[in-house]
Design a protein around this ligand. Structure first.
Ligand code: HEC
Ligand code: HEC
Length: 335
């Protein structure tokens, strides 16, 4: 889904560019570059120069890897406690946002501003960061002119440096699972969890802290539910996003080309972790104002189709997609 957004944006940018260029009789623009993050060098932050810009990049790196220490709920300065949990951005954006198919930051600089269905408008990269601040981090938005926002963006720009605008990036976002044609089964997922996940994330899902509560050291193994986890408005709360992330990145050390668990296990364990209690985000009924663009696995009403909320939460999702397509075709005056 996300990849088609890039392609559409790239196509639009190219179309606009070619109109302008042709008007000046310049050669048509080259095809958009294709980049594969598996073969892409991981930028090394220790090589960044000690200049004002370099220091901003390093600060951004520190903010995404040790978010809890600087803007978490235990941060020394109460005014800086923007995040509501002790996760780091890196808890999900693995390897400081460089791991393919773990929603990498590599390349994001080149694809924003970007149309987003959740808001039904074009969002900036700052708004996207704040989407994760309010949802994944269960907190409040960072001011746009704050040094923290500037530093994180500076880091993402640096991590994206060699990716040309309009490039299609293999490894961006998440890699979808092959969806089983049945509702996900949280009870079966609980068994997968006990076997494969609990050794790190804990039998109770509360993870393992690096130190003790209040010391701003975050987690060795982050919690997957409960009060210090992402809220129910987060991308990770959607079944297919969580299943895609888990299958291709967990247990820690797994890469997308060598998954450790199968599609069925990823589907069910995602349903299990997202059936456990977690913080609630207010106003979720306002997300995806164009209901026809609401993803099939967004479990909060109102819905454009007649499928029950439970099916939006647990699947199967293909019948929902078919209903949405029929409704869109009708709205567009087809058939
Ligand atoms: C070997 C230890 C280990 C195992 C086993 C493991 N994880 Fe993780 N998991 C981690 C670590 C560490 C992170 C955070 C990465 C970081 O901070 O760099 C993480 C992050 C996550 C996240 C995103 C962050 C969050 O708090 O929500 C999810 C979701 C997740 N794991 C789910 C699972 C599931 C489901 C399984 C079982 C299929 C699993 N993990 C197995 C170590 C593990
Ligand atoms: C609990 C997991 C989690 C945490 C923690 C998290 N994010 Fe995210 N983030 C996601 C997921 C999942 C997506 C993509 C799906 C979506 O659109 O919601 C995403 C998307 C993004 C994107 C857009 C990426 C793209 O390819 O379009 C940016 C930028 C981003 N996050 C920044 C951050 C920052 C900065 C932090 C820390 C302040 C953070 N995120 C913390 C899960 C997380």
């Amino acid at each position: 889904m996300r990849r088609s957004v890039i392609t559409a944006a790239a196509a639009a940018a190219l179309a606009a560019g070619s109109v302008a260029l042709h008007a000046q009789n310049a050669p048509a623009p080259a095809r958009p570059a294709k980049i594969d993050l598996d073969a892409w060098p991981v930028p090394d932050v220790s090589t960044v120069a000690d200049t004002p810009e370099g220091r901003l990049i390093k600060r951004g790196h520190e903010l995404v890897t040790q978010t809890y220490a600087h803007i978490g709920p235990e941060a020394a300065d109460p005014a800086k406690r923007y995040a509501g949990n002790n996760l780091a951005c890196q808890s999900c954006h693995l390897q400081a946002g460089t791991q393919p198919f773990a929603m990498p930051y590599t390349g994001v600089w080149a694809v924003f501003p970007q149309y987003r269905a959740r808001e039904n408008e074009v969002s900036t990269l700052e708004e996207r960061v704040n989407g994760c601040m309010e949802r994944s981090m269960n907190g409040r938005p960072l001011p746009l002119d704050s040094v923290e926002m500037k530093a994180m963006l500076g880091y993402m720009k640096w991590a994206s440096a060699a990716v040309p605008v309009g490039a299609s990036v293999a490894g961006a976002g998440t890699k979808p699972i092959k969806e089983p044609n049945r509702p996900a089964d949280p009870e079966r997922g609980a068994r997968v969890y006990a076997e494969v996940c609990a050794s790190c994330h804990g039998d109770d899902g509360q993870g393992v802290r690096n130190g003790t509560k209040g010391d701003r050291l975050g987690y060795q193994f982050p919690p997957l539910w409960g009060p210090d986890s992402y809220n129910d408005g987060a991308g990770m709360y959607r079944l297919l996003t969580a299943a895609a992330f888990v299958k291709h990145n967990m247990p820690l050390g797994t890469t997308h080309d060598r998954p450790a668990i199968g599609d069925e296990d990823a589907y069910d364990v995602a349903a299990f972790i997202n059936s456990r209690p977690r913080p609630h985000k207010a106003n979720l009924d306002k997300d995806f104002p164009d209901r026809l663009k609401k993803p099939a696995d967004m479990p909060f009403p109102p819905f454009a189709d007649d499928h029950p909320a439970d099916q939006h939460k647990f699947g199967p999702f293909d019948p929902i997609r078919r209903s949405l397509k029929d409704l869109s075709d009708k709205a567009a005056g087809k058939n």
